[in-house]
Design a protein around this ligand. Structure first.
Ligand SMILES: Nc1ncnc2c1ncn2[C@@H]1O[C@H](COP(=O)(O)OP(=O)(O)O)[C@@H](O)[C@H]1O
Ligand SMILES: [Mg+2]
Length: 531
């Protein structure tokens, strides 16, 4: 979506470097609104409506421009005093007639002051217009709008207004905003956080009440004015850096195990000399504490999954070792099966260790389970595995039982659909003569269909192998594998499962298609995701 500000930017007659300069100003000028206790608007000349009057871009080299119309490209309210502009002016064009002061500033490059009646509000307000120069060219006007106050300003107010005037000089001398993006906008400080003004030698000239509080929290109770913060025991090099480099510097100072204060040091420049530094201090202790908590909770969950996965892999390796030592037969098969089940659970934890969350990308688990099934195939018969569709994210508590179910079904498809495809010792009493049969066997196919139907998940495991034994009924079978599957699907996942021999299904259809093998269909209800 294009914002009014972006639209307004598009209507100006400025090049990219100039627009970048103004954009950086808009990223940091909250400070200026607070220091001046005023509403600020940023005005730029629009592209001349009629061609021939002026050539777009013609103002680039000229020190000033001529404009008939200005467009408001930014507006900022002070956070420490009442606003005098009730409306959103961004994107509006203002007629030269009403804003003649701004036009004058743009043309002469001089600051102007006067009164302005904002149409909608009626009351006249004080207007100060300051030229914003980029590389010496006046590219925009900063309008400062404030209600006139009769009373004498206090110490804080005088200091702030003074500071604003120093920034105004910087705007006119093209030294503010700073040419790099040093100032992080998401943590852009406001004056209310606490202000310390230091001179060109780094000595404190003024500390606002909030800054004093922040210093107290850092354990510094002595008088600051006239002293360097470093002399008072706060080791911060940020101020020295800012003074030396004439660039803003941000540094986080940690004190007394638990206090974190962000120092935002903005050098003040006049006539190409650094004359001092504005230090905005923001107590970020609570923020950091929260960050740390979140971080450690996340890391802890990751770590737990990681350890669970490692332990499961160890168990699985032990079972495999033990199985290999047994002679072929029931015991050996049982151990290999147990080993496989443990491994299918480890796969889920492996993914959770990488991205601990309430939702697990199940399609990755499917890929790993299929790889696991493929590993147990010997090349006596070509077999292809296919995944059709996807489930997307699955609630974490569903992922483990579902992975176990799918592993079991894939194994059955291999083991019973294509009994000759398994390595000797892992199958339940096959003939073991796979090698000789190789050429006569057609390729087998195992498919996994996945679909997220909104209120339920659909899974189907299909093979075109030998099909179910006569009289097979999933509700009757006592064997361990399908008992586990039945129990997990019906009790834990609250879903349904059917197993059908495709020959009998095709016969019922009467469509004459020659299908072979088995279809297992599972439907699982999903409750609405949290939030
Ligand atoms: N895809 C399949 N194709 C043919 N028969 C199957 C298939 N899946 C399961 N069966 C039948 O169901 C029986 C029970 O399976 P299961 O409970 O997993 O035990 P096991 O795999 O240990 O034999 C199998 O012995 C087999 O006869
Ligand atoms: Mg089985």
């Amino acid at each position: 979506m294009v914002t009014p500000a972006e639209l307004a930017f598009g209507r100006t007659d400025l090049d990219d470097a100039q627009l970048g300069h103004l954009q950086r100003l808009l990223g940091t000028w909250g400070i200026l609104a607070d220091l001046s206790f005023s509403d600020l608007v940023l005005l730029a000349p629009t592209v001349p409506a009629e061609p021939g009057q002026a050539v777009p871009g013609a103002n680039r080299e000229a020190p000033s421009v001529h404009a008939d119309e200005l467009i408001v490209i930014g507006q900022m309210r002070p956070s420490n005093s009442a606003t005098v502009v009730q409306h959103d002016l961004v994107g509006q064009t203002v007629a030269a007639r009403d804003w003649s002061l701004a036009i004058q500033t743009l043309e002469t490059g001089e600051t102007t002051r006067g009164e302005l009646v904002l149409e909608q509000d009626g009351e006249p307000v004080q207007l100060q217009c300051i030229p914003v120069r980029h590389d010496g060219t006046a590219v925009a006007v900063l309008g400062r709008l404030a209600a006139g106050t009769g009373r004498r300003p206090g110490h804080l107010e005088r200091t702030y207004r003074d500071l604003f005037d120093r920034f105004a000089v910087m705007l006119m001398e093209s030294t503010f905003p700073f040419p790099s993006e040093e100032v992080a906008t998401e943590e852009a400080p406001r004056v209310g956080d606490g202000v310390v003004l230091v001179d060109d030698e780094g000595r404190v000239r003024y500390a606002s009440p909030n800054a004093t509080n922040a210093l107290h929290r850092m354990g510094m109770y002595s008088q600051t004015e006239g002293h360097r913060l470093s002399d008072l025991g706060i080791e911060e090099s940020a101020i020295e850096w800012a003074l030396a480099s004439a660039f803003p510097v941000v540094e986080e100072v940690e004190r007394r195990p638990d206090v974190s204060v962000l120092f935002h040091c903005i050098p003040l420049i006049a006539d190409n000399q650094v004359t001092g530094c504005l230090v905005l201090m923001r107590d970020v202790t609570d923020l950091r504490r929260l960050d740390r908590l979140l971080l450690s909770k996340d890391a802890a969950i990751r770590e737990v999954h990681h350890r669970v996965k490692n332990n499961l892999q160890t168990i699985s390796a032990l079972l495999r070792l033990q199985a290999r030592r047994l002679p072929p037969g029931g015991g050996r098969v049982a151990l290999f099966e147990a080993e496989r089940r443990v491994r299918s659970i480890a796969i889920v934890h492996e993914i959770l260790a990488r991205e601990p969350s309430d939702q697990v990308p199940f399609d990755e688990i499917v890929t790993s389970l299929i790889r696991m099934a493929e590993d147990s195939v010997v090349l006596s018969r070509p077999l292809t595995f296919e995944v059709i569709g996807q489930l997307g994210e699955v609630p974490a508590e569903m992922a483990t039982p579902l992975a176990v179910v799918l592993a079991e079904l894939l194994q059955n498809a291999l083991e019973h659909g294509f009994p000759e495809s398994l390595a000797d010792g892992e199958q339940d009493g096959g003939s073991g003569s796979g090698q000789e049969l190789e050429s006569s066997l057609r390729p087998g196919r195992i498919q996994v269909h996945l679909a997220d139907l909104g209120d339920q998940l659909a899974l189907e495991v299909t093979d075109d192998g030998s099909g179910l034994p006569d009289g097979f009924d999933i509700d009757e079978t006592q064997s361990l594998g399908l008992s586990i599957v039945r129990d997990l699907v019906r009790s834990q996942l609250e879903g349904t499962i059917t197993m059908v021999d495709r020959r009998s299904a095709a016969a019922g259809d009467g469509n004459g298609l020659e299908l072979e093998g088995t279809v297992v269909t599972i439907r699982l209800p999903v409750s609405d995701p949290p939030q």
